[in-house]
Design a binder for this molecule. Sequence first.
Ligand SMILES: Cc1cc2nc3c(=O)[nH]c(=O)nc-3n(C[C@H](O)[C@H](O)[C@H](O)COP(=O)(O)OP(=O)(O)OC[C@H]3O[C@@H](n4cnc5c(N)ncnc54)[C@H](O)[C@@H]3O)c2cc1C
Length: 283
Amino acid sequence: MTTASTPATPDRPSVAGDPSRPPLPPGGAWHLLVIGGGTAGIVGAKAAASLGASVLLVERHRIGGDCLWTGCVPSKALLAAASRAASAERPSFPDREWPGRSAAGDPPDMQMRAEIMVGVPAEQAWALVGERFGDIGMWAAPITRSTLDAAPGPGAVRTCHVRGFGPVPAGVVHERLLTFDVAGRSLSYEADGLPGFIARAVNRWSVTAQGEGACTVRAQATLTLRGPMRPLGWLVRSRLRASATAVLDELRHHLETGTPHPRKLAAAAGPGAGSATGNATVR
Ligand SMILES: Cc1cc2nc3c(=O)[nH]c(=O)nc-3n(C[C@H](O)[C@H](O)[C@H](O)COP(=O)(O)OP(=O)(O)OC[C@H]3O[C@@H](n4cnc5c(N)ncnc54)[C@H](O)[C@@H]3O)c2cc1C
């Protein structure tokens, strides 16, 4: 491609009479020939033209050069897109919302959020998630039995007999309530009895009304991992999210139908169910 700072006019004929060719400047010769229409060429040509020089700029491919087509502009667009994707993947919750830092003040290594829309009023969902915090063993398939040592409120401890949940193997997990906000329909608790590679785990549940007959139930988890497991936060998160999504689905089924989810029934009837079977009753 070629371009010139001086437009063609009848008294300035194009080269060899070809209108596609650049016109010759007054006097028949260019003051300056710039080869290459990249940043340097454009800036140089423009500066010379602004000083009154007649300039011919010759570009063999695309005006703009590397900066416009492959360098500065596309790379900044990619960086901006990656930055947005990263902030969507790691939202700023829950550090500002509840204590999500380890005792040493390290930032958490893994944050996970899962939510589900349920076709019952928010009060009904909160009644099960919050007021009956201790009864999770009645509707969540991975939990065979659960008890709460006091009325729901900060300091109360829920004991869960877990069949296996995300990265947590079968065993007993104690969950101490940190916050219990009836008006805001949210609670948070810290889990104890998790595998050694988890230094701290804080979970938050909340129920938000969506009109009169529906609500959103959200589960958020923040984990601080130990030593060599820290780079594997993404793997822990992926397993945790799959399990949390399944549990929310079991909660929705329980709330909307008044009966345990088929997974809960199968888990209660399956081998190793033990004393859990009695807990699968819907109240
Ligand atoms: C990934 C990347 C990111 C970058 N980010 C930045 C940034 O953020 N900020 C910044 O300041 N710089 C950045 N740069 C550097 C910037 O792109 C270059 O400094 C700038 O493009 C150099 O301009 P230039 O005009 O010297 O060369 P070029 O941009 O390479 O332009 C040369 C032009 O000359 C043409 N040409 C070559 N030979 C001939 C010929 N014989 N006849 C006719 N035409 C010819 C070419 O087709 C080309 O259009 C980045 C570069 C890259 C690769």
